[in-house]
Write a protein that binds this ligand. Structure first.
Ligand code: 4AD
Length: 473
């Protein structure tokens, strides 16, 4: 219509609802605006129809008021529309402004009989089956905005600390973590893989086995040895057999690596400071925990964000002592007996952060035998200079360490772990040419989102999740 053309934005990008609502000081009521979005709800009354539309830019969306003469019959939840009209102060509860619609353009109809996305909360499993429509739910859209906000804060934190944002390869030649959870990569047009593993089969595109990365750390170390401070956010892939609420086959990891540090506590410091920044920023944007009635979770998050609150640090040895004490004295102990030298189970990790500390806790200096080859040996000869960050309701959120920068110790560790030195030739090289003390960490991005949002499973903390036997789109 004429009106729609008249109020078409002069910019190539029309204003989003969020931009519109935040520019109301400059946009007068007489100004005609154009709003694009999808209908979230339709409430028909005798002389007026209230329609809430949203374009994903904010949580609230915008209420639009339509007179009967311009209200098409085919407006329903999910319909995409372009409305044109004036923004006025709303008399209704729940919103400050509403749009007095003067012209309606239905861009795409949405059959209400067939549309799977209902206004009321839908079961998690149903939404996983409809992953392509999941972003249309309020909770998933809020999660996506949270991811975006967290990322921006992280980037600005690292920028202020003098870190360089770098990109590392996804196709790699080795298993950084030595966990045996790598995905192998082959060209789809190649002949079938020969029986004996590791054979120089011509199926190998790179003339040697190639894997999807499980961690960017080793490559970050190569870059640290020149650029001093680097970080990246990269997809990581792990053929995780365990089906838990914190494991994905494809997830995003924030990894930072920097040179010229000599205490693992300095690594913890960066983790703590960056996360406090993220928490504070999301607090100010009102993005934390949306679920009502989760006071305990929200309080513990807000407490963690307090600038004056130094997060607890304790050694693995002390943590095990506490766990043993609890196991011996509690009426209901742990399923797995805590013992020095054994990995902490998820129940142990959660008890430490939720019960003993009541907040985030860095557990440091694990036994050498429990950790990957690259961690720096402590002088005690039986632990390494590392940490795991445990947080309430999640367990392990991040892990890091000083890296073994001493050549003989590194080579020894490679052998001790039964790794082939040839495979790590370039990594060992880094210790031959101007080796410098350095360290870093990796943080699971979906676990961070889960912790901050209260969304219980990481499968709901990423747009399109991947896990064993599931690859829907
Ligand atoms: O503890 P991880 O395995 O550490 C590393 O890979 C180091 N190379 C990182 C480094 O120091 N640069 O993984 C780090 C974090 C975990 O704490 C966890 O939050 C997350 O990555 N993570 C996963 N998140 C989702 N799904 C999975 N399958 C994950 N595996 C690890």
């Amino acid at each position: 219509s004429m009106l729609l053309r008249h109020c078409a934005s002069t910019s190539k990008l029309p204003l989003t609802i969020r931009q519109l609502l935040s520019s109301l000081q400059t946009v007068g009521q007489e100004t005609k605006v154009q709003v694009n979005g999808w209908i979230k709800s339709v409430r028909r009354q005798k002389n007026v129809t209230f329609v809430v539309i949203n374009d994903g830019s904010c949580a609230s969306g915008l209420q639009a008021v339509l007179k009967p003469d311009i209200t098409p019959h085919n407006l329903s939840n999910g319909t995409s529309v372009r409305f044109c009209g004036g923004l006025v102060k709303s008399l209704g509860r729940g919103q400050t402004y509403e749009l007095q619609v003067e012209a309606v353009d239905v861009l795409g109809e949405c059959n209400p009989e067939a549309y799977p996305i209902q206004k009321q909360a839908l079961p998690v499993e149903f939404l996983r089956d409809n992953a392509h429509l999941r972003a249309r739910t309020d909770i998933n859209a809020a999660m996506l905005r949270l991811r975006d906000s967290v990322l921006r804060t992280i980037h600005s934190y690292f920028e202020t600390q003098g870190f360089l944002y770098v990109h590392t390869p996804i196709l790699t030649s080795n298993d950084c973590e030595g966990g045996g959870e790598t995905f192998r990569v082959l060209p789809s047009s190649s002949p079938p893989l020969e029986q004996s593993p590791g054979s120089n089969s011509h199926a190998e595109f790179f003339s040697q086995p190639a894997y999807l990365t499980v961690s960017s750390q080793l490559h970050l170390e190569a870059l640290t040895a020149s650029m001093s401070r680097v970080y990246t956010l990269s997809p990581c892939f792990r053929a995780e057999r365990s089906q838990t609420n914190r494991h994905l086959a494809e997830f995003w990891m924030l990894e930072a690596e920097w040179a010229f540090i000599s205490h693992v506590g300095d690594v913890c410091h960066v983790v703590e400071e960056s996360l406090k920044n993220v928490l504070a920023q999301c607090q100010s944007e009102n993005l934390l925990l949306w679920k009502d009635g989760d006071e305990a979770k929200l309080n513990s998050l807000e407490d963690a964000a307090r600038p004056g609150h130094a997060w607890t640090r304790m050694t693995y040895t002390d943590a095990v002592k506490e766990l043993e004490k609890h196991h011996a004295s509690a009426r209901v102990g742990f399923e797995f007996e805590p013992t020095w030298g054994r990995a902490l189970q998820s129940e142990h990790e959660r008890w430490l952060s939720e019960r003993l500390v009541g907040g985030p806790v860095f557990v440091t200096d694990y036994p050498t035998s429990l950790k990957p080859f690259y961690m720096r040996a402590n002088d005690d000869g039986r632990t390494v200079a590392c940490f795991d960050l445990l947080v309430p309701f999640i367990g392990e959120l991040a892990g890091g360490s000083l890296r073994e920068e001493r050549l003989p110790q590194l080579v020894q560790a490679i052998h001790r772990h039964g790794l082939r030195e040839e495979e790590y030739g370039w990594y060992v090289d880094l210790r031959k040419y101007g080796s410098a003390p350095h360290g870093g960490y990796g943080l699971g991005f979906e676990r961070l989102i889960s912790w901050m949002s209260g969304i219980e499973n990481v499968r709901e903390c990423i747009a399109v999740p991947r896990w064993a036997k599931r690859m829907l789109l």
